[in-house]
Design a binder for this molecule. Structure first.
Ligand code: ADP
Ligand code: ZN
Length: 358
């Protein structure tokens, strides 16, 4: 396979499959075409899945390709969309030799990976993440989930894509709020793994990364590498991969209830997790303040008025709950996350305390 505009590519071996990480120079994809992705696939065997927003913004990219379009909404990440896409694939006579390519943010890559994992018991797929969040988090790791009602990612598969193609040129059209959402996952990664990265982020801001391609690409690669290494060590999330859920327990309880973007929900979730961490893991109040300050620096919320009782109802259905215990990710200090099996009521109390202060 040759990519005319390729800067470099590296193959990463996960337990369930090898993923080709392809880094194009900025706008490489727009200058060439999706055809460059075609590995050994003919154009007629490629089906692109994207959302209505990206389809309109990048129309020329999709010209001549069978393209299926989903609504650009978190609520489209459900079983109804999966059923519709499978039916559309059948109508297109997609078969075992079809390559599905998801071009978009987390919604698109999740549904693409899910559909590809179940259609005809599994066909090949690849991702072109177009959001910062997708590039550092959602497209990586093989988890492809959809929501059931208000419960996030309850139904899904762990299947690795054949490739993930990076072209930071897409980020030029990304709205500010989506930049912040991406930074929520990068700040999460720094908080649990990398105090040096946390300091770098504290010294910069969104505008700096927007205008410095080199620094942006280095940041994306570093965050992606942390996620890759964690998933290589524990693809099925029986241990260390759980650390990536820092901030996500409370986030999943409030995200769909308040229709918050994922990054904002994770920001609030990290603040709640810091409160728990101060209580059970010796996190200093000063570290909690540093994290709050960093979140605000990247235009992320640290306070929200929430209905604790409702949030707890959703929390009780959390996948990480085992009877009266829950695997909860705490910070011992900035750059050092840890997994704690906590009584469920410790988390409930933190949610209640947060709700009464905001
Ligand atoms: P994520 O889960 O990665 O945050 P979503 O799939 O929820 O992403 O997408 C968030 C929003 O950003 C959607 O409205 C989507 O259409 C839009 N979007 C995605 N990529 C781009 C881009 N490169 N430019 C502009 N808007 C984009
Ligand atoms: Zn997340």
């Amino acid at each position: 396979m040759t990519y005319n505009y390729m800067n470099y590519s590296s193959k990463i071996a996960f337990p369930s499959g090898v993923v080709d990480y392809i880094f194009l120079p900025k706008d490489g994809l727009k200058k060439s075409s999706v055809e460059e992705l075609a590995v050994s696939y003919d154009k007629q065997h490629i089906v692109i899945i994207t959302d209505d927003h990206i389809a309109a913004l990048y129309e020329p990219l999709f010209k001549g390709y069978k393209t299926l379009v989903v609504p650009a909404l978190e609520s489209a990440k459900d079983l109804h969309t999966i059923g519709t896409l499978c039916r559309q694939l059948l109508d297109l006579e997609a078969g075992r030799n079809t390559l599905l390519i998801g071009v978009g943010g987390g919604v698109v890559t999740d549904v693409t990976g899910f559909v590809a994992s179940v259609y005809m018991r599994g066909i090949a797929f690849g991702f072109v993440p177009t959001t910062l969040l997708g590039m550092v988090d959602a497209a990586i790791g093989g988890k492809n989930g959809v929501n059931l009602g208000l419960t996030k990612n309850l139904i899904g598969t762990i299947t690795q894509p054949k490739f993930i193609l990076y072209d930071t040129g897409f980020l030029q059209t990304l709205p500010n709020v989506e930049w912040s959402n991406g930074f929520a996952e990068i700040i999460k990664c720094a908080s649990i793994f990398d105090a040096g990265l946390f300091d770098e982020l504290a010294a910069q801001n969104i505008s700096f990364y927007k205008h410095d391609d080199h620094a942006l690409l280095a940041l994306i690669e570093k965050s992606a590498a942390w996620k890759n290494n964690t998933v290589i060590a524990d693809e099925k999330e029986t241990g260390v991969r759980k650390l990536l859920n820092f901030g996500h327990t409370a986030a999943h309880a409030i995200e769909n209830m308040y229709e918050l973007p994922h990054g904002k929900a994770v920001a609030i979730g990290m603040v709640i997790a810091c409160m728990v961490s101060e209580e059970v893991a010796g996190l200093s109040a000063a570290d909690t303040e540093r994290l709050k300050k960093l979140l605000q620096q990247y235009h992320l919320p640290v306070s929200l008025s929430i209905n604790a009782a409702k949030a707890m109802e959703i929390l009780r259905m959390d996948k990480k709950r085992k009877d009266d215990l829950i695997d909860y990710i705490v910070l011992e200090r900035i750059g050092h996350g840890a997994i704690r099996s906590l009584p469920f009521n410790v988390v409930e109390k933190a949610l209640e305390a947060y709700a009464s202060h905001n």
